[in-house]
Design a protein around this ligand. Structure first.
Ligand SMILES: Cc1cc2nc3c(=O)[nH]c(=O)nc-3n(C[C@H](O)[C@H](O)[C@H](O)COP(=O)(O)OP(=O)(O)OC[C@H]3O[C@@H](n4cnc5c(N)ncnc54)[C@H](O)[C@@H]3O)c2cc1C
Length: 481
């Protein structure tokens, strides 16, 4: 392993002046210093628990801008943080005192409808992609809300509504344009730099800055058939038990998701008396033609489990509506603490433990049960850097509040419930959901020591000095070590 002398934080005045001089004539983006009027907006991330003050933010508008930023940073050994959507739960996208390279000016999306390819800029959000692909009756499988950044999500794997049918977002990579630590720009695909291509499918931002993704897309929509049923707390455990028995039998044309919510948002189909109420929401989606009778049957059947206080099926535009359902609930700027776990068995006792926690939890948010399986597991474990493909169910505690005085209590409660669920939790953790208190699980998130070492060899080849280390870091491993 190599250690590095690069500076992570702190930019002195001389260095700042020199950096800005070096960018002159080479950088068309915005140079945001702490005295810039947009500084506070530019340093704000999704999670208000993260309050970092970078010395400089370079908001890039093109690959050439990213190259200029990397080259200038290299002169001073400034290891940059790299920002796209800013949804990293632990705030990896922002430097504290040092340099942040922000790709927020690179959100363009273009579609090659004939070849079913979608080209996406290195700072795009999921909603940017859906807005354009829906005009062509196409989708790129990604996440469950529109504001998440494509880059962070895709480079860590990418799980969402279409995963059961088509696999992860990284499984759709056709090629990527990458700016390496030495400022060179390469195209990475199955044919060119295949080992790096493997590593980028789950290895995160460790190897370079991706300035353009080309994804495979699939025919879909633009309308989607969904089924939603809501349950009062006293009926939640029974509904979850029935659901748990049915979901293993579902075809991969059905996506599903359960959410134990502290308060039901005012979505269009929710009657006023249920708005703000603590409810279990069971949500199913038909991932084929919305008018297919088979979809109507299965969505209706899933919605009828237990004793729902509301059961609706709707056909809605995916991009404009379904993909935006939880945007408001998880908007930027609140305090958030999340914990993700891979569930091996949604046993009755596990359901009871979860429901008991949720009934009394004092914080906002939801406990999410996300149905996986299907196409995710079609890809062999060693075919991509992404690991632990064989879980059929992931559990995510997405907790939020606003008063910093609540931090200690609310974090402790969340940790305790995850501890209580230990008998039903398997190995592995999703690298994209690793939190600030889980840095000892980075090797596990990257699939364990063997896979981590393979990633380390790729890292040594493309970023020997560990320039890109403001992330869930993969240490370079050279053959001599
Ligand atoms: C509200 C919410 C909903 C979520 N939903 C889902 C979901 O449905 N499915 C899912 O799989 N995950 C989901 N996640 C987790 C998500 O995948 C990660 O938070 C991911 O890191 C977000 O990507 P981003 O671009 O917004 O992140 P950022 O915070 O901008 O960056 C995250 C990491 O990626 C690196 N990075 C960013 N851009 C680039 C680039 N262009 N090149 C190289 N490295 C880069 C950064 O350096 C950083 O280490 C969700 C997270 C939140 C907060």
């Amino acid at each position: 392993m190599t250690s590095t002398p690069l500076t992570a934080t702190g930019i002195g005045d001389d260095v700042l002046t020199d950096l800005i001089d070096r960018l002159a004539g080479r950088f068309d983006g915005e140079i945001i210093t702490p005295d810039h009027p947009e500084y506070d907006t530019a340093r704000t991330l999704w999670n208000a628990m993260i309050d970092k003050r970078p010395g400089l933010i370079l908001r890039c508008t093109s690959t050439a801008d990213v190259v200029a930023a990397v080259n200038a940073a290299q002169v001073h050994g400034l290891a940059p943080a790299v920002r796209a959507g800013g949804h990293s739960v632990s705030g990896k996208a922002m430097s504290d005192g040092g340099l942040t390279i922000d790709l927020g000016g690179m959100r363009e999306v273009t579609v090659d409808a004939e070849r079913r390819l979608v080209h996406v800029g290195g700072g795009a959000r999921l909603g940017d992609v859906d807005a354009v692909t829906s005009q062509h009756g196409l989708i790129v499988p990604a996440g469950i809300m529109s504001e998440t950044g494509v880059p962070g999500l895709a480079l860590g794997g990418g799980i969402g509504w279409f995963s059961r049918k088509y696999g992860l977002t990284c499984d759709q990579f056709v090629s990527l344009e990458v700016v390496l630590a030495d400022g060179s720009v390469i195209e990475v695909s199955e044919e060119e730099h295949p080992e790096l291509f493997w590593a980028l499918k789950g290895g995160g931002g460790n190897f370079g800055i991706v300035t353009r993704f080309t994804f495979k897309a699939y025919e879909f929509g633009p309308m989607m058939r969904i089924g939603i049923s809501l349950y009062h707390p006293e009926d939640a455990a029974e509904a979850l038990r029935e659901y748990a028995a049915i979901v293993p039998t579902l075809s991969r044309s059905v996506g599903w998701h359960g959410a134990l919510k502290d308060g039901m948002p005012a979505l269009p189909f929710v009657p006023p008396d249920l708005v703000g109420k603590r409810v279990l929401m069971l949500f199913s989606m038909w991932l084929e033609d919305a008018e297919d009778p088979a979809g109507a049957e299965v969505v209706e059947r899933l919605g009828a489990v237990g004793k729902p206080c509301l059961q609706v099926t709707e056909v809605l535009p995916f991009a404009a509506k379904v993909q935006r359902f939880i945007d408001e609930e998880f908007a930027d700027g609140h305090r958030y603490y999340t914990k993700e776990a891979h569930v091996t068995d949604l046993a009755d006792e596990a359901i009871d433990t979860l429901v008991e926690f949720w009934k009394d939890m004092p914080m906002r948010g939801e406990v999410e049960l996300i149905g996986l399986g299907g196409a995710i597991g079609d890809v062999p474990e060693d075919a991509t850097a992404f690991s632990n493909r064989n879980y059929s169910l992931w559990l995510n505690f997405a907790m939020s509040w606003d008063d910093p005085a609540d931090d200690e209590d609310h974090i402790a409660r969340t940790r305790t419930i995850v501890g209580d669920l230990a008998p039903w939790i398997g190995k592995g953790i999703y690298v994209n959901m690793l939190n600030f208190d889980e840095m000892d699980r980075v090797v596990e998130a990257f699939g364990g020591p063997e896979k981590y070492a393979r990633l380390g060899r790729v890292k040594a080849r493309y970023d020997r000095e560990n320039f890109f280390r403001m992330n869930y870091n993969i240490l370079p491993v050279t053959d001599e070590e």
